[in-house]
Structures are given as structure tokens and as C-alpha cells.
Design a protein around this ligand. Sequence first.
Ligand SMILES: [Zn+2]
Ligand SMILES: [Zn+2]
Length: 316
Amino acid sequence: MSELRKNPFTGEWTHYAENRRNRPYEFLHKIEMKQQGKECPFCGGNEEKTTAPLYQDHAGQAWTIRVFPNMFPAVEEGAEALSENPFYQHVACEGLHEVLVDTPNHEETIDKFTKEHLEKVLSVLQARYRKMRDTKRIKYIQIFKNCGPSAGMSIRHSHWQIIGMPVLPQRESLMEQYMKAEDCLFCKMLAYEKNVGLRIGAENRDFLAIAPYASRFPYELWICPKRHITSLATVKTEELASLADILHGILPKVSALREDVGYNICMIDGAIDGAFHWHMEILPRIGGFAGFEYATGSYINSVLPEQAAKYYRNKI
Ligand SMILES: [Zn+2]
Ligand SMILES: [Zn+2]
């Protein structure tokens, strides 16, 4: 059974995916059990350990990017939900869950990728997004990457996840209300930030990387297209190169925050074909995420965004 249940008070959805209990987990009690090359399902040469690929850039073992369905999906095709009384809302957790492995090398991390390879990874993510968007019942697509066990990574080998869901998450639903193309608060925010300059971490022709005014996490950074782009699907080829360029500059600085720092890279979209200002969020995991945060939905952040931006502007 796989279903989504909506909290009737907050509008937040919780996924129930009982099959995920059985997935492998490499990190126990923060002591990493390093997968050897021959054990890891994502390593070059171990292709038979994954489901059949949906995409592979080169045949055989010469690949550098490979996409396949997740063996332990958070959503399922043809899922069914239990029926309940009218004030509880639920939806069958029907969707797609793919894994994109962005290097055949076990030890290589995204902060070491070349600009050209980053661009290629982004363009494959975009192609998968476009493909998934056309699938029936999918209303929202979440693309993300967990780097390091403190950021929820379960397999050390660098990879992305792409989850197509039948509902729009509450956070994106709330943001969407302020992102109508003709009157987008996000566009206004970017114009303001560019003007004051205090929270800009990096900038190039098409993108502005800002430490958001009300950052939740220390050194949180949003990579925002200057143009009002509604989804990953409509990012132009030259803009993907620009995005790769800005990531290439920023990611080594995220990694340098502290030894073995964990972080998440999330693409933030709205509902498919909805109004949104698409962007990426980089969320370093420094310090706790504990009782206070879970209870209140408020965050205690020890680094002011203005200081975080200054860190990103400086050379390491
Ligand atoms: Zn590996
Ligand atoms: Zn906008």
C-alpha cells in the first residue's frame, strides 16, 4: 500500500511508502560503512544491480550519466488508497520515482564536476522532467540531490532523485500564490536584492544566487533565474550553461563550509503548467534540526544571510 494523507490542519501531505523500509542504508550511527566498488549498485561495471535504464549517455560501461527507476520508490504506479471519512483527505501515492547517477565513479562528488559535465547533467534532468510531465496523474515533480549522510543520503555514490507526485506540496502551493507572471513577488524580490546587493552570493548573465532574506538554514542559497521561468522544462539551452557555470563556482564553497558537510540541492517548481518562478535551493545541514523546528515550523539559524552571502562572494 502506498498513499498520501493530508494533515487537515496544515495542508501538508505525508507519504506512506512501506516498501522504503527495506531499502539499503549505508550509514549507521554516523559511522559510514563504505560500499566497496564491487558492492555499490551505482558504480560503473555494476549496471546489472539496478533496474533497466531509462537513459544512458553511452552504451556499455562507457556511460557518465545513467537514469533508472528507483527500486524502492516513494510513489508507485497504480497505487491505491484506503477510503476514510470525509474530513480526512487522501490520494493514492501514484507517480514515478527515478534515480539519475551522475558519475560512474564511487568517490567523485558534484563539487568536483567540470562545468561541461554539470551542464550535461542538468540537460538530462530537464529531459526527464519533460518526459515525466506528460505522464497522466502527475501534478508536481520534485528533483533533488542529497549530499552526505547528514542530508539524508542513503547511498554514498553521487546521484539525483526525480519524483513525480499526484499532489502539489503545501510549501509550493503557498509560494505559487505570489508568483503570477504579471505580478510575481519573486521577480520583485530579485530586483530588490540586485539593487541592495547585500545578500548576493554570485551572479552571472542569467542567474542570481542569493542568501534569502529569511534563510532557514545557515548558508542557505537560492539560485534564481533573472527571467521569470515557470518550470525547468522552459529553461533555454544557453541558460542551462549559465546555471552550470554558477553551480560550478558555488558548490566547492558549499563543500568548504566544513569537513564532510551535508547539503541538499532541490529544484523548486510549482504545479505542472501552473504559475511559478522556478529556482534551485541549496540547503547546507550545519547544526541541528530538532524539537523546536519540528514543533513550530520555525528555524533557529546561527548565520545571518548577509554574512552567508559575503562568504559566497569571497574566494575560498
Ligand atoms: Zn559506487
Ligand atoms: Zn517571477
